[in-house]
Design a protein around this ligand. Structure first.
Ligand SMILES: Nc1ncnc2[nH]cnc12
Length: 210
């Protein structure tokens, strides 16, 4: 995630319990008065991956999904682990950058506040038969603004799938409620993190209501 701050490290961290496993997230400043606790899933090891896969699969299994969809980049390990834990095999990844074989992909534009400029999600047309008429769960690592997830849901529905659930490791603040509208009720999060502002004493504190 880009930061306008020369050194985004604050020296503080935020501990969150993710389905019975505590993780420590560094609090990083994005603006002079705004910070987030950053979860880099790829730094947390394969045991944590298996743990969240199992916990999300338990939450999503009652929706009886046929297949899991995850958005690049950090939705990829989530999709793999949830697929494994559900006892499924295939999964579908929505890419963010054009790959050679995606010349003719289904495309969805998303506006992101955490990455500069406009982004897009790409669905390989070869994956359409895996989705058309199927019960799909969409997974990601974190939902914050909700724009990436909203684009994923749109793309999966354009492919003819029914979205029966959404699974994320962390929900962050509440902006995503408005972005997702009624789809917010589909979201299963394993834990919640607030966002942070700098108190007069220089400490980063959770923003009330986030
Ligand atoms: N706290 C966070 N950790 C990792 N990725 C994020 N994307 C948005 N918020 C995030």
């Amino acid at each position: 995630m880009p930061s306008d701050i020369a050194d985004p490290r604050t020296g503080q961290s935020w501990t969150v319990d993710v389905a019975g496993q505590a993780i420590d997230l560094p609090i990083v400043a994005i603006k002079p008065d705004f910070a987030i606790s950053l979860m880099m899933l790829i730094d947390l090891g394969v045991r944590f991956g298996a743990h969240i896969g199992q916990a999300l699969a338990e939450a999503l299994a009652p929706a009886k999904p046929d297949i899991v969809v995850g958005a690049a980049t950090l939705g990829i390990p989530v999709a793999i682990e949830v697929t494994r834990a559900l006892g499924l095999d295939n999964y579908v990844i929505l890419q963010k950058s054009p790959k050679l074989h995606l010349a003719n992909a289904l495309e969805q534009r998303i506006s992101s506040i955490t990455s500069k400029g406009e982004q897009r999600l790409l669905l390989d047309r070869a994956a359409l038969p895996l989705l058309a008429g199927k019960r799909v769960v969409v997974v990601d690592d974190v939902v914050a603004s909700g724009s990436s997830l909203r684009g994923s849901l749109e793309l999966v529905r354009r492919a003819g799938a029914e979205v029966v659930g959404v699974g994320v490791i962390l929900t962050e603040a509440k902006d995503w409620h408005e972005t997702l509208g009624l789809d917010r009720d589909l979201v299963h999060g394993l834990a919640h993190i607030p966002q942070f502002t700098k108190a007069p004493n220089g400490r980063w504190e959770p923003i009330p209501g986030t």
